[in-house]
Design a binder for this molecule. Structure first.
Ligand code: MN
Ligand code: MN
Length: 466
C-alpha cells in the first residue's frame, strides 16, 4: 500500500483521469452553493431542499426506521442532521461527520439605525473571529430574518441581485490616516467603527427647509416600513447579518482554486453533504451534523455544546424500539467521527507564521489534524493514534489523497473546532477538512483538488468505516 499521506503527493497528480474530470463539475456546484448560502439559515434551507430532492424524508414524517432510509432533521432552521440508516442496529454507533454552517460576519445591533453627518447608518456587532480592518471598503449584502410580533417572518436578502443596492463600511482616506496607520493593526479599526452606510436621501417634505432638521434616518425608516414592512422596533426580534456582496469565483489562469466568502466551514458542509447523498446501504448508520455557533464556541441550542446530539439520537431510538439513557449514551460512545472543519494552509506571503514541515499545503489533499487548540494544545481533542491509524488506513485503501497539517507555529495562536465537544461522549474523533488560505477573511481560498479530496474522504468514511 503506497503512502499517499504526509504531503508526498500532489492531489491533482494523484487523481485518476475520470476523477480529475469529476473535480470541475463538483466545484461548479460548490461555487453555486457558496453564492446561494451565505448564512446558516440559507445553508440549512439549501441542504433541506437538496436532501428532499434526493430521496430524504423529514424526520417528523417517519414512523419507524429501516436500513437504507434517508432522513433529514431541521433544527430551528439553523442547524441540521442528515442520515442514511445502516444495516447494523443504531446501538452499535454511527459514522458521523460534523461540520458547521455559521461563518464570521457583521451582525446588526438591536437598535441599529442612526443618523450622522448627513447619512443614515447601522450600528453592528461582529460575530466570530474577524480582522476588523478587512471589512471597510467592501460591498456588503444584508441577509437574515425579521420576526414580527405576530410571528410573521420577513426574509431579508438585499445586495446579491445584479440591480440590488449594496451597503458598505467606509474607510478613512489615506491622506488623513496618520494616527490610524501608527496604531496596531488590531486597533486601527474598532468594533464600534464598523458602522454601515445605508442612505443619505432626506424625507422630501422637509428637504431644504431652512432651519429644520433634515430627516435622513426617518427617510430610511420609511423605506424599511413601506418596502419591507420592517418597523424600527422590529430589529429587536431580528437576525440580520452583513456579508460580503461578492460572488465566489474561480481563481488562477488554470482555474484550479476557488475564492469566496464563508468557505470556513461551508466547504466541509458541502462536501460532506454531497458525500452523504452517495452513501448507499451502509453497514453503520452514516450521519452528517451541520452545526451552528461553532465560531463563537458552539454555544446556544443549535451549537454542539448543547444536548442537540443526544436529542437527535434519542429521537431516532424513539422511532426504533424505544429510547433510554443507556442506549443513547452507548450509541454515542460507540460512534466514530470526523470533525469536518478547515485548517490554515501554508501561505507563501506569511511563511513565518507556519511550521513548514507540519503545515498543510494547498493542493495536497484533505487535511488530517490530530489536535488543534492553543498554548500547548489547550482546548483540543488530540485524537488517539489508534484511531488515526484506522482513518489513514481507510483513506489509503480508498485512494483518498490526504495530508497531515497542524495550524501554524506553536506560539502563533491557534484555534478550536467541535472535535472536543464530540469527544465528550466517548466517541473517537479527529479533525479532517480542507486547508484554506486567508481563513476568516471576506474572500477565502481553497484548492479544487482539496475540495474533491474532502468529498472523497467523507464518502469513504460514511460508507464503510468500521
Ligand atoms: Mn471552522
Ligand atoms: Mn472558523
Amino acid at each position: 500500500m503506497s503512502n499517499t499521506g504526509k504531503r508526498e503527493k500532489n492531489a491533482w497528480l494523484g487523481l485518476s483521469e475520470p476523477e480529475r474530470n469529476g473535480v470541475f463539475p463538483l466545484c461548479k456546484e460548490y461555487l453555486e452553493f457558496l453564492n446561494t448560502a451565505k448564512t446558516e439559515r440559507e445553508t440549512v434551507a439549501y441542504l433541506r431542499r437538496e436532501a428532499l430532492k434526493n430521496g430524504f424524508v423529514l424526520f417528523q414524517e417517519v414512523d419507524s426506521l429501516a436500513p437504507g432510509q434517508k432522513i433529514f432533521m431541521d433544527y430551528k432552521g439553523k442547524a441540521a442532521i442528515a442520515l442514511v440508516v445502516g444495516e447494523q442496529p443504531l446501538d452499535e454507533g454511527f459514522n458521523l461527520v460534523a461540520s458547521h454552517v455559521d461563518t464570521p460576519r457583521i451582525d446588526l445591533k438591536g437598535a441599529p439605525l442612526y443618523e450622522n453627518a448627513g447619512m443614515a447608518l447601522f450600528k453592528t456587532h461582529y460575530y466570530g473571529g474577524i480582522k476588523k480592518y478587512q471589512w471597510p471598503g467592501m460591498p456588503l449584502a444584508m441577509h437574515g430574518v425579521v420576526v414580527k410580533k405576530n410571528g410573521q417572518i420577513i426574509e431579508v436578502n438585499i445586495g446579491e441581485a445584479e440591480d440590488d443596492p449594496v451597503f458598505t463600511i467606509t474607510d478613512l482616506l489615506v491622506h488623513l490616516a496618520k494616527d490610524q496607520m501608527e496604531k496596531k493593526m488590531s486597533e486601527g479599526i474598532t468594533g464600534e467603527d464598523l458602522n454601515i452606510l445605508v442612505g443619505s436621501l432626506p424625507l422630501e417634505e422637509v428637504a431644504g427647509d431652512e432651519g429644520q432638521a433634515v430627516k435622513i434616518k426617518e427617510a430610511i425608516s420609511k423605506i424599511l416600513c413601506q418596502r419591507y414592512d420592517i418597523e424600527d422596533d422590529d430589529f429587536t426580534s431580528a437576525e440580520i447579518q452583513m456579508v460580503p456582496a461578492i460572488k465566489a469565483r474561480e481563481i488562477g489562469f488554470d482555474r484550479s482554486l476557488i475564492g469566496g466568502y464563508g468557505q470556513d466551514d461551508r466547504v466541509c458542509v458541502f462536501t460532506s453533504f454531497k458525500a452523504l447523498l452517495e452513501v448507499s446501504a451502509p453497514q453503520r448508520t452514516a450521519l452528517c451534523v451541520f452545526a451552528d455557533k461553532e465560531e463563537i464556541g458552539s454555544v446556544g441550542n443549535t451549537g454542539l455544546r448543547s444536548f442537540l446530539l443526544e436529542n437527535v439520537i434519542a429521537d431516532l431510538f424513539n422511532k426504533s424500539g424505544g429510547a433510554d439513557y443507556y442506549r443513547v449514551m452507548k450509541a454515542l460512545r460507540c460512534s466514530c467521527a470526523l470533525s469536518a472543519d478547515v485548517n490554515g494552509a501554508l501561505d507563501p506571503n506569511y511563511e513565518q507564521a507556519f511550521d513548514k514541515l507540519n503545515s498543510a499545503l494547498v493542493g495536497r489533499g484533505v487535511c488530517l489534524t490530530k489536535y488543534t487548540g492553543s498554548r500547548g494544545k489547550s482546548e483540543s481533542n488530540d485524537a488517539h493514534p489508534e484511531y488515526l491509524a484506522r482513518v489513514r488506513c481507510l483513506f489509503d485503501d480508498n485512494g483518498v489523497i490526504w495530508q497531515i497539517g497542524e495550524l501554524g507555529k506553536v506560539d502563533q495562536g491557534g484555534g478550536g473546532t467541535v472535535a472536543h465537544f464530540l469527544s465528550r461522549f466517548g466517541m473517537d474523533v479527529v479533525d479532517c477538512g480542507v486547508a484554506l488560505l486567508g481563513m476568516h477573511s471576506p474572500f477565502e481560498v481553497a484548492s479544487k483538488a482539496d475540495v474533491y479530496s474532502a468529498y472523497k474522504a467523507y464518502r469513504a468514511f460514511m460508507q464503510e468505516f468500521k
